[in-house]
Design a protein around this ligand. Structure first.
Ligand code: CP
Length: 310
């Protein structure tokens, strides 16, 4: 059951595909209510959460921590660098251990795509899994904060023209967002190097040139060039990438008056977006970071609600 007593209830949050549109809208509304200070967390039980980050993170890790503190949850510290992972412990055994210790929710970031499947299928692991990013697979909490930011700006998704540009094949953010934005009625356009575009993306939108779409798009979402996933094979200099595929001052001036700039961050300044435009009036990048705390409060609350009603 997805909605219990009018509240979103989710045993795990691992992909956007696994969330219904009703659940997505419920989480956005709840995030907005937390942001306005209108909502009191509906958490009936004492709960323990551990954030297990096996890949680097600033925003996702720290905003989950902030969300947990705001909800009054008990946080169990975990540092992959000083854990038994260094003795060869597998991810499965680490989560099995956390679950056995009484941790209710494991927020996990890991380089392995779909790492979460074995954890949620386990008959022994009782902890709920919240995916903080699996390799180049999915990033549902980032997608939800992006949706919250777009909805806050426009009040709807239907009919919006949304461009996602850049390192699409390596981006878990792009994969989560293209699926859900199309489902919610947005029209998607992709831009950036053709070699970072996969045929499977045709199911969600069309590849166009940045210069073709920059004047029409309501949302221009730029993606970080993920150097760490390129095996050292960079096809562009930073200058060339910025000139061909980045948001320059000239392109900024051609945007619609109502259009906004988004980026999941961290931004490679002067690569995806000109340094001076990262905090420009049309940029919502700082707001995305702020909204991340509130939507993650909504996610954690929904998971705890499901656990209280098992
Ligand atoms: N956007 C995002 O996931 O940032 P971090 O890698 O810093 O968490």
């Amino acid at each position: 059951m997805a909605i219990i007593d009018g509240k979103v209830s989710l045993p795990h949050v691992v992909t956007m595909e696994s969330l219904s549109s009703q659940e997505v809208m419920g989480l956005i509304q709840r995030g907005l209510a937390f942001k306005k200070g209108e909502a009191r967390a509906a958490i009936s039980q004492e709960a323990y959460v551990s954030n297990l980050f096996f890949e680097d993170s600033t925003r996702t890790h720290k905003s989950f921590e902030m969300a947990e503190l705001r909800l009054g949850l008990n946080m169990i510290d975990f540092d992959a660098k000083t854990s038994s992972v260094n003795k060869g412990e597998t991810l499965y055994d680490t989560i099995l251990t956390m679950s056995a210790l009484g941790v209710d929710i494991c927020v996990i970031r890991h380089s392995e795509v779909d790492y979460y499947q074995a954890l949620i299928d386990s008959p022994t692991i009782t902890a709920s899994i919240v995916n903080g990013g699996d390799g180049s697979g999915q990033h549902p909490s980032q997608s939800l904060l992006d949706l919250m930011t777009i909805y806050e700006e426009f009040g709807h998704f239907e009919g919006l023209k949304i461009m996602i540009a850049g390192d699409l094949t390596h981006s878990r953010v792009a994969k989560s967002n293209m699926q859900i934005l199309k489902r919610l009625g947005a029209t998607l356009f992709f831009a950036g190097p053709r070699e970072w575009y996969a045929e499977e993306f045709d199911a969600y939108g069309q590849h166009v040139s940045l210069d073709e779409i920059v004047e029409q798009a309501d949302v221009l979402m730029f993606l970080r060039v993920q150097h760490e996933r390129h095996d050292g094979n960079e096809s562009f200099s930073k200058e060339d990438y910025h000139r061909l595929y980045g948001l320059t001052q000239e392109r900024y001036e051609r945007m619609k008056a109502s259009a906004i700039i988004m980026h999941p961050a961290p931004v490679n300044r002067d690569v995806e977006i000109a340094d001076a435009l990262v905090e420009a009036p049309k940029s919502r990048i700082v707001r995305q970071m702020q909204n991340g705390v509130f939507v993650r409060m909504a996610i954690l609350e929904a998971v705890l609600h499901a656990r209280a009603n098992q």
